[in-house]
Write a protein that binds this ligand. Structure first.
Ligand SMILES: [Zn+2]
Length: 369
C-alpha cells in the first residue's frame, strides 16, 4: 500500500464514519483520486460503505467507515505493582479488562503475568491481532531500554512476548501511548495541538503539535514531573520544594495528610475528608488543586495551544476541586489569551491500558504500508 492509501485508511479510522466529500476535503484529494485510493481497502474489507445518507441538498453519499470486524487489539500497561490488560476493537473501544498483581520484576515472571492477563481479556470474542505494551520508561518499539519502576535495562520484552504469543507486539512509553490514544480515539480527536497532563502515582506530560505526538528522546523521561508550582509546598525526593511531583502525586498528597492528621491515610481517604470539610485535608487538596491549575496554565502558555487533556489514575483530585483548578487556570493566564479548554479523561488505569491498545492499532495500520 502507498503512503496516500494508508493516510486515507487512518483518516477514516480517526474521523469515520466520514462522507467521501469530507474525506476528500480533509486530505486535499479530488473525488477521482479518493475513489482510486479507497478501492483496495473496500475490496479487502478494511473499509465499509454505510447506507446512503442524504448530504445536504445534493445527491446522497455513502459514508465510509472502518470495518468493525478487524479483530481484537490488546493493550497492556505494566507498572511496578500491577499488569492492567484490556481488549479493544479497532477504534480502541473497550471490550474487556483485567488487572493482576505483579509480585516480581524478573522479566520472565512479568512475561508470564502479562501472558495470563492477555489470555483473560481475549478469552471470548474475535481473535487478537496485535498487542501494545506501555510502561514508564524508554523503548525502541521492542526493547525496553530503561524502565525505572521495574529496574529494567535493555530487556527485549517485545521479542519475548512476540515469541510466546505469535502476535505483533509494539512496546511504547506509557505517556506517548496515552497521548496517541487521546489524539486518535479520545478527548483530543480532531484537535490539531494540545497538551496532556496526567496525575496519579507520577505526573506525566505529553504534547501533540501540528496533529502529531511530539516524540523526541526527552518525551519519555518524565520532564513534567518536577516543574516548580508552589514556593511553599512540600519537598519531593529530588529535593525540590513544591514541584509538580510534590504537589500532585497521590503518594505525596497522602503523606502530607497522614502527617497533618497523625494517622496513615490513602489518597482516596484524603479526598473524602476534604470533601466532607476536614480543615487539614481541605487545605492540602486546595493547594494541590491550585498547583494543578498553574500546571495547566503553564502548559497552555508554553505550547501556545489552549486545549489541555487531563488524565491518569489520580483524576479524582479534579473531581473534588474542579472550581479551584479552573479559577487558578484563569488567574494564571494573560487576560488576552484564549480560554483554556479542559478535556477530561477519567478512565484511570483503563485509560493507560487503552493507550497501549491504541499503539497496537497504529502498529497494524503502519504495517499496511
Ligand atoms: Zn521534584
Amino acid at each position: 500500500m502507498s503512503d496516500s492509501e494508508v493516510a486515507v485508511a487512518k483518516t477514516v479510522l480517526i474521523h469515520g464514519p466520514i462522507s467521501r466529500t469530507a474525506l476528500a476535503g480533509r486530505l486535499g484529494l479530488s473525488p477521482a483520486s479518493l475513489t482510486r485510493l479507497t478501492r483496495p481497502f473496500v475490496d479487502r474489507g478494511i473499509l465499509v460503505e454505510l447506507d446512503d445518507v442524504a448530504e445536504g441538498v445534493g445527491r446522497p453519499s455513502r459514508p465510509l467507515e472502518i470495518s468493525p470486524d478487524l479483530g481484537t487489539f490488546v493493550g497492556v500497561k505494566i507498572t511496578g505493582e500491577h499488569v492492567y490488560a484490556v481488549a479493544t476493537d479497532v477504534r480502541a473501544r473497550l471490550l474487556d479488562e483485567h488487572v493482576t498483581a505483579l509480585d516480581s520484576h524478573d522479566p520472565a515472571l512479568v512475561l508470564t503475568a502479562v501472558e495470563r492477563a492477555i489470555d483473560r481479556v481475549v478469552a471470548t470474542g474475535a481473535p487478537a491481532v496485535g498487542i501494545g505494551v506501555s510502561l514508564g520508561g524508554i523503548s525502541d518499539g521492542s526493547v525496553v531500554e530503561w524502565a525505572s519502576f521495574l529496574g529494567w535495562t535493555d530487556v527485549p520484552f517485545g521479542d519475548m512476548l512476540h515469541r510466546s504469543t505469535g502476535l505483533p507486539v509494539r512496546v511504547e512509553n506509557d505517556l506517548i501511548a496515552l497521548t496517541e490514544a487521546e489524539r486518535w480515539f479520545g478527548a483530543g480527536r480532531g484537535i490539531d495541538g494540545f497538551a496532556v497532563i496526567t496525575i496519579g502515582a507520577g505526573v506525566g506530560y505529553g504534547v501533540v503539535a501540528g496533529g502529531a505526538v511530539v516524540r523526541t528522546p526527552d518525551a519519555g523521561i518524565g520532564l513534567g514531573g518536577h516543574i516548580p508550582l508552589d514556593p511553599h509546598g512540600p519537598i519531593c525526593q529530588e529535593g525540590h520544594r513544591g514541584c509538580s511531583q510534590a504537589m500532585l502525586t497521590s503518594g505525596s498528597i497522602a503523606a502530607q495528610a497522614s502527617m497533618a492528621l497523625g494517622r496513615p491515610l490513602t489518597y482516596d481517604e484524603v479526598l473524602d475528608l476534604a470533601r466532607s470539610g476536614d480543615p487539614a485535608a481541605s487545605s492540602i487538596i486546595d493547594s494541590s488543586a491550585r498547583a494543578l491549575g498553574r500546571l495547566i496554565a503553564l502548559a497552555a502558555n508554553l505550547t501556545l495551544y489552549s486545549d489541555v487533556v487531563l488524565a491518569g489514575e489520580g483524576m479524582r483530585l479534579f473531581d473534588v476541586a474542579e472550581q479551584t483548578v479552573r479559577a487558578t487556570v484563569v488567574e494564571s493566564r494573560d487576560p488576552r489569551a484564549s480560554e483554556v479548554r479542559l478535556h477530561i479523561d477519567d478512565s484511570g488505569f483503563t485509560g493507560w491500558a487503552r493507550g497501549a491498545a491504541a499503539v497496537a492499532i497504529q502498529d497494524a495500520f503502519d504495517r499496511l504500508s
